[in-house]
Write a protein that binds this ligand. Sequence first.
Ligand code: INI
Length: 160
Amino acid sequence: MRVRTFEGSLDGRGLRVGVVASRFNEATTRLLVEGALDGLRRCGVEEVDVAWVPGAFEIPLVAARLARCGRYDAVVCVGAVVRGQTPHFEYVAGHSAAGIARAALDSGVPVLYGVVTADDPQQAAERAGGKAGNRGRDAALAAVEMATLLRQLRAEVEAG
Ligand code: INI
């Protein structure tokens, strides 16, 4: 029996990454963008484009556009949906998550979910560089891992 194992790495050299960031709850989302850029820089990624959209609801359209265009090895999405501020929390958060997942599946390009969903602004801040880490940075590292895994699968499995 021959068993092959494939795993991505955090070596992001040569990767091009798009970031989609939403402005709603901007104090938090700016920290998520900083976390994502820091994570990508530490992985050696040199080419990053950041596109800003109004809110988390608008992230999927732009994420799908970037994922499809052929320029990027991965797309990182960051946003902040805070329950306390919106009665339609579930719709905004649900649409955003489902659309981000669909952008990845439709394009075949990793589209990562770095959207914070929180009960209140304090909890959101904790997830944007506070005591609960930085979701933007987590998504950036996952982007590098997924992009390098797919590159490996392309080279070693799909090529026969
Ligand atoms: N957008 C967010 O990113 N976070 C929120 O918490 C939020 N709230 O509270 O409503 C929010 N709403 C805006 C939404 O994403 C769209 O931009 C808007 O509905 C226009 O389509």
